[in-house]
Design a protein around this ligand. Sequence first.
Ligand SMILES: [Zn+2]
Length: 301
Amino acid sequence: MVPEGSCEFCGGEDVFVKYDFGIHKIHRCRTCTFMWLFPQPKGEELDEVYGFDYYQNEKFFDNKNESIYGYYDYMSERYIKQQNYDQLIDNMIQLTHGPFREGMSFLDAGCGLGYLMDVAHDKGFDVEGIEYNPAAAERIAKKYTFPVFCGDLLSYEGGPFDAVAMLDVIEHLLDPFDSLAKISAVMKPGGIFMVSTMDSDSLVSRIVGKRLEDFRRTREHLYFFTRRTLTTALERQGFEVIRIDSYGLPIRMDFLMRRIKLAFPLLGGVAERLMRWLHLSSLQFHFDPHTKMTVYARKIG
Ligand SMILES: [Zn+2]
């Protein structure tokens, strides 16, 4: 156990407060660049966040609200998300060990409302999910027949899988390193693991800093990786990193403007009105601010 205040990733003690949100702070290790929320929430505090309103949080765009969490309307983003997932699953198919075969096993660790499993299933994978949020797991069970384990990843006993995805999940976990060990344990040798999270040291992440939505999610984002720390964390668990992409998203103009407004109220407000005036609010395009990364890693063995 690392003493309180020192770096869980490298054990370094040269730690400072990078972003101060009052009660919550984000600490950064000078030795290895790893960052984490301090203090860390208790299990019951997390349970309050992960209910059904996580996916329909009406207060999301409320700027008086320092701490944001969840999604404004996750369901309405489904089709736009699935366009992106289509590409991600194609990438995984290209990277499976040997040629891709129908029925290869796929686990989505943190499957939300099942949209990624849906795409992976359509492309020929035999899918399974793990979801911590009981409201989400219940909703999936009504819609899909995919097996979903509702609970903590660490208590999951299944597999082994040919492919595992963990999108925008690792930063939410109380035990990110044990969780990576668990993922490794439920994978077949040669299997492909796709993990996405914030890239906390990218140029835009550093420039926008404390105003960035990913840092402000102080009730749910607990750990912040860089390309280097995530690569090392994966290597420690027997993976070889084979590809790192930045993670862009198809997005609608009005939605992007609201998100910019969240970080920069004045600028975002003007831009939002301008786009409305130009009738560009419903324009859809690919947006990649380089604040997120997708890492593909192969399990060695
Ligand atoms: Zn460190």
